[in-house]
Write a protein that binds this ligand. Structure first.
Ligand SMILES: *[C@@H]1O[C@H](CO)[C@@H](O)[C@H](O)[C@H]1NC(C)=O
Ligand SMILES: *[C@@H]1O[C@H](CO)[C@@H](O)[C@H](O)[C@H]1NC(C)=O
Ligand SMILES: *[C@@H]1O[C@H](CO)[C@@H](O)[C@H](O)[C@H]1NC(C)=O
Length: 351
């Protein structure tokens, strides 16, 4: 399995490229050198050959790739904040060399969200006119059934998707599609893009024209939804992911549901090969943080509850002072005056 993406670690200005085995993280002062001189792509540590080629041809898109990776990491951490595995594997080097999640549904989610993030960020860059080689989608034009005018500048996801395929999939594919892990990753990458494409066609933004905003004429264009929506759908796909195993069909290897009782999966679903570990106990060698020290909710029966999150080890409680603005009053005109209120809240964290 190879999987690659470029991550900016927020505090360190680091260009991190993860790939297995040994995800790896390389210090990179900034992308500026590369943007000025495509031959610097070779110097980006951690990019695979195919990616260096994409980088050289599409140097202007590298900033968007980085943004896409950031979107993916932020979204992953948001979606998994109250689970035992909270996606912070993406943050540190030591932890990451390791492989507890390989082949699991967590890995499926990371692949899908990363491929989607790159497609998304590159598309945004296109619509804003930041990339030479692409622009708006001008096929949607004329007058709509609802009577408004299409503006001729809709988000063009097709370029972003093609870019994501080249940057995220090609290195993977070059390792050979006879590997089950590679097939799994490629499927999940594509599922992430398919989900984005599906959502991308649903949102329309409009602007009114006419005397003092009378809206006699409206021009509209299609926009991508917030990335959060992609995250929400992919999280549902994670919950409903299908366990598969490889099966030789003629000359091809396919991934088929492990049990015939499972429903067949579609191109929009996530698949995985291995059951996840429980992620309960710290195991740095395999890249597992463990849940000790994690905040939990004493009354919740769900995964964020102390019972499940702490894996039955119990929890510590503490009182913490919280300062909040309160008794706010509006003063004519125009300010709001508040008092500061302090109160104690009880917090719980896993043993
Ligand atoms: C979107 O971008 C692709 C690739 O640059 C281009 O071929 C296509 O014409 C654009 N889409 C539309 C419908 O304009
Ligand atoms: C995830 O959990 C680990 C400890 O298990 C913690 O150190 C880290 O800050 C958490 N990450 C996020 C993004 O909440
Ligand atoms: C804890 O969980 C309960 C039950 O699910 C919920 O009502 C409550 O808002 C949660 N508390 C916090 C602090 O998130």
């Amino acid at each position: 399995m190879v999987w690659l993406y470029v991550v900016l670690v927020p505090t360190q200005h680091v260009l991190a490229v993860t790939c297995h085995p040994g995800w790896y993280l390389a210090k990179q002062p900034s992308l500026r050198a590369v943007l000025q001189d495509p031959s610097a792509c070779e110097g980006l540590p951690g990019l695979l050959e195919e990616q260096v080629r994409v980088c050289r041809r599409r140097v202007g898109a590298m900033e968007a790739v980085k943004r896409g990776a950031e979107l993916a990491v932020e979204e992953c951490q948001h979606q998994f904040q109250s689970r035992r595995w909270n996606c912070s594997m993406l943050q540190g080097l030591q932890v990451f060399g390791k492989v507890a999640i390989q082949g699991t549904r967590e890995s499926a989610f990371i692949h899908a969200i990363s491929a989607a993030g790159v497609a998304f960020a590159v598309t945004h860059a296109c619509s804003r006119g930041e990339l030479e080689k692409c622009g708006c989608d001008r096929k949607i034009r004329g007058v709509s059934a609802e009577g408004f005018q299409w503006s001729g500048c809709s988000d063009n996801l097709s370029y972003g998707i093609a870019f994501s395929q080249a940057f995220v999939d090609n290195p993977e594919r070059s390792r050979g599609t006879s590997s089950s892990r590679v097939l799994m990753n490629l499927h999940n990458n594509e599922a992430g893009r398919k989900v984005s494409a599906l959502l991308a066609h649903m949102k329309v933004e409009c602007k009114c024209h006419g005397v003092s905003g009378s809206c006699e004429v409206r021009t509209c264009w299609k926009v991508m939804p917030p990335f959060r929506k992609v995250g929400n759908v992919l999280k549902e796909k994670f919950e409903g992911a299908t366990e598969v195993h490889p099966k030789q069909v003629g000359s091809r290897k396919l991934l088929v549901p492990k049990s015939s009782r499972f429903k067949p999966y579609t191109a929009h679903d996530l698949v995985y090969l291995l059951a996840s570990p429980d992620f309960c106990n710290r195991d740095p060698r395999r890249g597992v943080f463990g849940t000790s020290g994690r905040r939990c909710n004493r009354t919740s029966p769900a995964m964020d509850g102390c019972e499940l999150l702490c894996c039955g080890r119990g929890f510590h409680s503490a009182r913490e002072e919280v300062v909040e603005r309160c008794s706010c009053k509006f003063r004519w005109c125009c300010s709001v005056k508040c008092k500061q209120c302090r109160h104690l809240v009880e917090t719980h964290s896993c043993r």
